[in-house]
Design a protein. Structure first.
Lengths: 238, 317
């Protein structure tokens, strides 16, 4: 399968701390890659380095075979990289529809067609009935779906999901898992940072485990969770 | 959009009729219209894009000085000098924005004060360029189609056109892509970037448009004053008044700055005639009351309630 994203020896340092330490990763088309690891392992930093929100100190990132290491986040978004934020950050003052309109305008400059498409995206994530509600009034589960709708509205080919399952109640979690699976069937490549093991095991084709900024294990989810190094990283040793 | 069109038509009708109804209050009318235009222009940057400027008197001064110097030194008709002022304002906004949009929050606002101050000092000290502290006088103006530009009536209608154009432009922007890019940058720059928006480019465009429009009003103001002094035109107080007008009326709304201008100029006028010495005290209390009880400005609060009510109604049906 063609590869859509590749990182080589990606390294990010904050002062004396190496948050991401020479990490290699590959994401193939229609693949779901999971990024797991204990708190403070560097998952979000790696995620931000891949999406352009953090400058890596070393290493390179390729998107569709083209180097994008130093491209700004908005340039990567234009090239087809969509992302959600861990602490969801909707445009609070705007309505749900307006929130989705903004990324939709990227591919559809005219208001009429943008609004048409944005309503379609809202329909897809099940927020149609909330279109005119101010985003700040949404509950957590709906904010997550709005976050996802905004990422989808740029019509990405690669989707980065930063802990979109966290804090969801069981039914909402089931819905979200089913929805992500549907996205892959539609042809998206997905990279997800996630703490919810249930979601990782059900969805991911591959998993990368980070600890202290280093990649300590890699492989199919079932096999990785059984790895003694991974258990050690999560639970510690005696 | 329909309500905006209706509002513009209403402003046009009231604006056209005003001098016939209140011919004795033309100066108040001109001031009000100029402030509608300035506050609305300011709001493109300050309200829609969320970058508060306290240096917009610079653009007023730029427009006014271009008209005055163009006429008195080079015999250039005001419409040409206003066009030059538009270009100069946009160019300077671009340069200043390039330098300062790396700064977020209050630092950008502070830098705009410095920006206007620099030009105030230039205007005072560079006599060869600006006539220095003694000022410039517009002694004569061309009379296109026999229209007397020194007449208060002409100036009034020029100011009306300025107000209509600025509000019209903002009404147009507000529903389109650019308007949403501005809002996105104001609300959250990271989310804006994830949506493919280049925040710096958007802020630069907003600053250039805002500055250029303000300079147009400055040109009209220059004709209105016909005698220019640097400390009047590049004054910090004028910058603050422009910003305050938009903030009181409601930042980031099409009609907020206009409402603010009408309220502040009108109440300033009424308070001055009825409360004599106490007028500034009362004026200050009015502003304080609005900031305390309507923190989003008058129309800011109204539009928020409208959005909520519309949603509540649609959810019920």
């Amino acid at each position: 399968m063609p590869e859509v994203l590749r990182a080589e020896r990606l390294t990010v340092r904050f002062g004396g701390v190496t948050a991401v330490d020479h990490v290699d990763l590959k994401l193939a088309d229609r693949d779901i890659l999971g990024l797991i690891g204990p708190n403070g392992a560097g998952k979000t930093t790696l995620f931000n380095a891949l999406t352009g929100f953090v400058r890596p100190d070393e290493g390179t990132v390729f998107m569709f075979g083209r180097e994008v290491t130093h491209l700004a986040p908005f340039q990567r978004a234009r090239d087809g990289m969509g992302r959600t934020f861990q602490t969801d950050r909707p445009f609070e003052e705007l309505t749900v529809l307006e929130n989705v309109l903004i990324p939709t305008f990227l591919k559809h400059p005219s208001r009429r067609s943008a609004e048409h498409i944005a309503r379609g995206v809202l329909d897809e994530v099940g927020l149609s009935d909330r279109a005119d509600q101010p985003a700040m009034d949404l509950n957590l589960a709906r904010r997550r779906r709005l976050e996802l709708a905004r990422a989808l509205a740029i019509e990405p080919r690669i989707l980065f999901l930063d802990e979109i399952m966290a804090g969801l109640n069981p039914p909402a979690l089931r819905e979200m898992i089913a929805f992500v699976r549907k996205l892959r069937e539609k042809g998206l490549a997905i990279l997800m940072v996630e703490h919810i093991m249930e979601a990782i095991i059900e969805l991911c084709d591959h998993v990368i485990v980070l600890a202290n900024g280093e990649k300590i294990a890699e492989g199919a989810p079932q096999q990785v969770v059984a790895d003694s190094r991974v258990v050690e990283a999560y639970l510690g040793t005696d | 959009m329909n309500t905006n069109l209706f509002g513009l038509a209403l402003l046009l009708v009231i604006g056209l009729a005003y001098p016939f109804v209140l011919p004795g209050y033309l100066t108040v009318g001109i001031t009000m219209l100029l402030f509608i235009g300035w506050a609305t222009s300011w709001d493109i940057l300050g309200g829609w894009a969320g970058q508060v400027s306290l240096g917009h008197s610079f653009f007023v001064g730029l427009g006014a000085y271009f008209v005055a110097l163009g006429q008195s030194r080079y015999g250039l008709a005001p419409w040409w000098s206003i066009m030059l002022a538009i270009l100069a304002a946009a160019a300077l906004a671009y340069v200043w924005g390039r330098i300062t949009f790396g700064l977020r929050g209050p630092y950008f606002a502070l830098s705009t004060i410095a920006f206007a101050e620099i030009f105030r000092l230039i205007a005072i000290n560079e006599k060869w360029l600006t006539g220095g502290a003694t000022g410039v006088f517009i002694a004569s103006l061309p009379e296109p189609f026999g229209i007397d530009l020194f007449s208060r009536w002409t100036q009034y209608y020029l100011a009306l056109a300025f107000a209509l154009i600025t509000v019209g432009i903002v009404a147009l922007i507000s529903t389109r892509r650019f308007g949403y890019q501005l809002r996105a940058v104001r609300e959250d720059e990271n989310s804006a970037m994830a949506s493919g928006i280049d925040p710096t480019a958007v802020k630069l465009k907003a600053f250039m448009l805002s500055g250029a429009l303000t300079a147009v009003g400055g040109g009209i103001y220059g004709i209105f004053l016909s005698f220019l002094e640097p400390h009047v035109l590049f004054y910090l107080l004028l910058s603050v008044q422009i910003a305050l007008t938009a903030i009181i009326g409601g930042r980031g709304t099409v009609w907020g700055p206009a409402a603010g201008a009408v309220l502040l100029i009108l109440s300033g006028e009424v308070f001055r005639t009825t409360f004599a010495q106490a007028n500034l005290l009362i004026y200050g209390m009015l502003i304080l009351a609005i900031v305390l009880f309507l923190p989003r400005g008058i129309l800011g609060e109204v539009s928020r309630r409208l959005v909520r009510r519309r949603y509540a109604r649609s959810a019920k049906s």
